[in-house]
Design a protein around this ligand. Sequence first.
Ligand code: IMP
Length: 202
Amino acid sequence: MKAILATNNMHKVDEFKRFFADAGISIELIPIKESGFTGEIIENADTFEGNAFIKADALCRYSGMISIADDSGLCVDALGGAPGVYSSRYSGAFANDAKNNAKLLSELKDVPFEKRTARFVSVICVRRPDGKALYVRGEAEGFILESPRGKGTFGYDPLFYYPPLKKTFAELEGGEKNAVSHRGNALKALAEHKEFFDTRCE
Ligand code: IMP
């Protein structure tokens, strides 16, 4: 079976593919750029659920295939939950990971370690051509460091310290991140709903 994965973030694509393979779910995931879709998707909802639906729905309508989208972000307690759904655009119109991380460090500059609590959140929406939609959510709790550690991943991973492993998410290797991450936890919840991918189900 094939499904569209409504993202062009190849780190996310890798995490999804690795999870589906490990879970024994045989679905070929097609990222947006291989789907032929060239439209613009405006993520203007104020919840992770809303934005995940907007992405999955756009690709499902375009392709007529099951479409899966993850909307995720970092919620920092000392910042009232920011950047939250604005995580990818935190530093403005020309945001990138380096600028977003720099802004986060600057906003937290006077906050001591024990108050730098944060969680990554991931909501996955699966949209079926028959109009049905499924949502699963995963979270991961940690602390924001004062300087980055590790490399090779994306987003806020180098600043996100995960106490049970005494490492940042950027210091984790291979499947280690999926085993504990927000997206990994959402994917584990998704694996409980394998039947939803069979569009003959009511
Ligand atoms: P989205 O692609 O619209 O869901 O935006 C997600 C944004 O949240 C990314 O651009 C990152 O800034 C941040 N983010 C979400 N998941 C992760 C993760 O696993 N590691 C690091 N940053 C993440």
